[in-house]
Design a protein around this ligand. Structure first.
Ligand code: HSE
Length: 339
């Protein structure tokens, strides 16, 4: 089989950017053997060249000018891993308007600008994929939009944030207060220096908004989802929950009943017998109920460089394979009208 070359422009060389680069380097020969495609990252947009990183890329790949990616006719796919709503959204739109396929892990940008991004993909007949934006390495969006397509969904609920699940698990297992665990989590690099989006539930609301769009075909912006974080949970709350046979978990959920969709992000009592009660520390899990398949739970690492890099590269490989087949436009999760 003749080997094809797919060139990639990578935006962002932080935790997830380096994780994606490392995933490709670690599995390059397997990916090439399985797909017949040589995936090459040919440009990296990154401002901070001084920061010490575990992963090293050749100096000549780096640029500080995004146009070097958008206007390079040889680049097929742009991976956006800058985080934050802007300039990430504008960069993704610009990449698509220049005919590039786009892959992102950025839940804040996808949740805030879902329609605009999908419409840009449709208009430009490019693929737009965002598997890594929900559940890190867990292939939940792919499962919902391919293998589970024959279902009508009744409910989806999940532990969608590793930082808060780590904090609640440690509070539960060691009888600690929130502030004590947060400090250790920050020292260990689990929690961000500014953990607001995680601990206030905003990160989960972004992910739930994306899930609701795919599962129920309805656009609910994250700011319309009633959201409560974990900052007010005390070790006494956790002890009381344990006495009544429950654990406290930060749950993002959406449920359809009698034609009405209800949704929320909030600390929730989960019976210890429920599969979500056994999901601890930085792990995530998504529990879905379909009218044909019944109950399913997806479990895995919801954050971290390599698990997230795995999901990002999965999308890249899907797109590369479609490009080589000459069918690189996927109406299911890239563009196209929702139900
Ligand atoms: N801060 C997020 C978490 C990263 O802790 O889960 C993955 O979205």
């Amino acid at each position: 089989m003749e080997k094809k070359l797919i060139r990639i422009g990578l935006m962002g060389f932080g935790n997830i950017g380096t994780g994606t680069y490392a995933t490709l380097e670690m599995n390059r020969s397997t990916i090439e053997q399985q797909t017949g495609i040589d995936f090459q990252i040919t440009k990296i947009l990154e401002k901070d060249l001084e920061r010490k990183r575990d992963v090293v890329a050749p100096k000549e790949l780096f640029t500080q000018n995004p146009d070097d990616l958008f206007l390079d006719p040889d680049i097929d796919i742009v991976i956006e891993l800058l985080g934050g709503i802007q300039p990430a959204t504008d960069f993704m739109l610009k990449a698509m308007n220049n005919g590039k396929h786009v892959v992102t892990a950025n839940k804040a940008a996808v949740a805030a600008n879902y329609d605009e991004l999908r419409e840009a993909a449709e208009k430009n007949k490019v693929m737009f994929r965002y598997e890594a934006s929900v559940g890190g390495g867990i292939p939940i969006l792919n499962a919902l939009t391919t293998a589970l397509k024959a279902n009508s969904f009744i409910e989806i609920m999940g532990i969608l944030n590793g930082t808060t699940n780590y904090i609640l698990s440690q509070m539960t297992d060691f009888g600690l207060e929130y502030e004590e665990v947060l400090k250790v989590a920050q020292e260990k690099g689990f929690a961000e220096a500014d953990p607001t989006a995680d601990v206030e539930g905003i990160d989960v609301a972004n992910k739930l908004s994306i899930l609701i769009s795919l599962v129920f075909g309805i656009r609910v912006p994250p700011e319309s989802i009633p959201t409560e974080g974990i900052t007010k949970i005390t070790k006494d709350d956790i002890k009381r929950a344990a006495k009544s046979g429950n654990k406290i978990k930060l749950i993002g959920s959406a449920k359809r009943e009698n034609g009405n969709l209800t949704y929320s992000v909030r600390p929730t009592l989960i019976p210890v017998s429920h599969p979500l009660a056994g999901v601890n520390n930085e792990f995530n899990a998504i529990f879905v109920k379909g009218n044909a398949v019944g109950e399913l739970m997806f479990y895995g690492k919801g954050a971290g460089p390599l698990p997230t890099g795995s999901a990002v590269m999965g999308d890249v490989i899907e797109i590369g394979t479609a490009i080589v087949k000459g069918a690189a436009y996927d109406i299911v999760i890239s563009g196209g009208k929702r139900k």
